[in-house]
Design a protein around this ligand. Structure first.
Ligand code: FE2
Length: 250
């Protein structure tokens, strides 16, 4: 295979690598194997983003247990000479007053920055989403909408994503959508976002080492080949690193 991107440094802001907390990694060994895959694809930093604030499914309100799990995972990676740093975060389901819950330390932002990774019900309306995003913005946080290409709203009208960007929200596209693993509609919508430079991040949203993995090598190459190296670098390195460092996104 021709190597299209000579220099590749990747930061993954959406990954279910924390063991035994949601439908992602099922054990510490699984998490280590996910990290081994990630490092081979050029990833050097991962924000662990377990599902949370999801009534009846994954509530996962933040506690010392999560800090301990991240510390344990980073220790295991260090022991195995896997040079990846795992940072704290959550994929917050849009339900109730999440800003209030962040202020109460029940939920956390991405690496304790101003950036919130927020996911919506797949059937969310544009009106409901905009209301939620404005509420987050009004409190000084910056919402990053997780995988909008998978929501029915954008499947029917991909251009609607301009409305959520116009209020200041950022857009994170899943690598599996770009590679076609989620089927025709998410792939088509993801292509529309990339063609029109309406995406700010590409992340793995990985759940295991077997399917929906943290391997971002192929998607990095696809973006280099179909769009540009600069855009691939922005989506997988520049913007994610700015989130980790709590800096502004271009
Ligand atoms: Fe996710």
């Amino acid at each position: 295979m021709q190597i299209l991107c000579q220099v590749m440094l990747v930061f993954d802001i959406h990954c279910h690598i924390l063991p035994c907390v949601d439908d992602g990694s099922g054990s510490l060994i699984d998490s280590v194997e996910m990290a081994e895959l990630a490092i081979r694809s050029g990833t050097v930093g991962i924000i662990a983003t377990p599902h949370c604030n999801m009534p009846g499914a994954f509530e996962n309100f933040w506690s010392a247990d999560f800090d301990a799990k991240i510390k344990e995972l980073n220790g295991a990676l260090l022991n195995r000479n896997i040079p990846i740093m795992v940072y704290p975060g959550q994929e917050i389901f849009a339900y109730g007053n999440i800003v209030e819950r962040i202020k109460n330390n029940e939920l956390i932002t991405l690496n304790n920055s101003k950036y919130i990774l927020v996911e919506f019900d797949f059937s969310v309306s544009e009106r409901e989403m905009l209301k939620y995003l404005r509420m987050i913005m009004a409190e000084g946080y910056v919402p990053i909408v997780a995988h909008p290409e998978r929501y029915f709203l954008f499947g029917e009208a991909p251009e609607t994503v301009r409305d959520i960007r116009s209020v200041g929200a950022l857009v994170q596209v899943n690598s599996s959508s770009i590679t076609g693993n989620f089927g025709y509609y998410p792939e088509r919508v993801a292509s529309y976002f990339l063609e029109n430079q309406l995406a700010d991040f590409v992340a793995s949203d990985a759940h295991s080492q077997y399917s929906r993995t943290p391997d971002l090598f192929s998607v990095h190459e696809m973006i280099c080949e179909n769009y540009s190296y600069e855009y691939a670098d922005l989506l997988l390195d520049g913007n994610p690193l700015n989130v980790i460092n709590n800096k502004e996104i271009r």
